[in-house]
Design a protein around this ligand. Structure first.
Ligand code: HEC
Length: 170
């Protein structure tokens, strides 16, 4: 475990307070050197206590802030991965229909979700309806639908599951 500077300061302040209390309580005469030191005044004790409380509060605020920052960063990265404005058409395999797929399918998400999918032509076709009904995609009909679905089916077919593959035929 590593401590932040603020946490170290807080710990330091708490230790200092503890030492002050010890020094104050130490029976007089036990060690002559300590007996000579004047006991901390109530004001000094109160100040040390207030400092320790402030340091703890600062450490707590720091921790909350870094937690918020981490959450915001993760969310930004998630959105960037979903929208990915940096993608260009050539991220998709060349072929008839690529332009249409890229234009119509990257309004809401990157091509990553497409590239990692593998479906039969029927499943891709169904997915178009699902995208329209559930995700609000503009309906894809007629020639353009055929073009898009053909492209998807050709370039992103179902992946053979390794468990069903015959090792002697591959
Ligand atoms: C109107 C917005 C929108 C458009 C346009 C759109 N999608 Fe989607 N798509 C989504 C949303 C939302 C999801 C679901 C994300 C989730 O919940 O995981 C999704 C999920 C997917 C999935 C994953 C399905 C799964 O669960 O396995 C694929 C594949 C996909 N889209 C392909 C496409 C293709 C191909 C096109 C173009 C024909 C397209 N999308 C256009 C919104 C859209």
């Amino acid at each position: 475990m590593s401590l932040s500077t603020t946490e170290k300061t807080a710990l330091g302040a708490i230790c200092a307070l503890g030492l002050l209390v010890l020094a104050f309580d130490y029976p007089a005469g036990r060690t002559p050197r300590q007996a000579e030191a004047p006991p901390p005044t109530p004001y000094a004790l109160a100040t040390a206590e207030a400092d320790a409380r402030a340091a703890t509060a600062r450490a707590e605020a720091d921790r909350a802030r870094s937690e918020r920052e981490a959450t915001a960063k993760a969310e930004t990265e998630r959105l960037a991965a979903v929208q990915n404005p940096g993608e260009t058409e050539d991220i998709l395999p060349a072929g008839h229909g690529r332009e249409e797929v890229f234009a119509r399918c990257t309004a809401c998400h990157s091509t990553a979700i497409i590239r990692r999918s593998g479906f039969s032509r029927d499943r891709w076709d169904e997915l178009m309806d699902w995208m329209t009904e559930k995700q609000g995609m503009a309906p894809l009909e007629g020639d353009i639908r055929t073009l898009v679905v053909d492209y998807l089916a050709q370039h992103f077919p179902p992946r053979r599951s390794p468990r069903n593959a015959n090792p002697f035929l591959n």
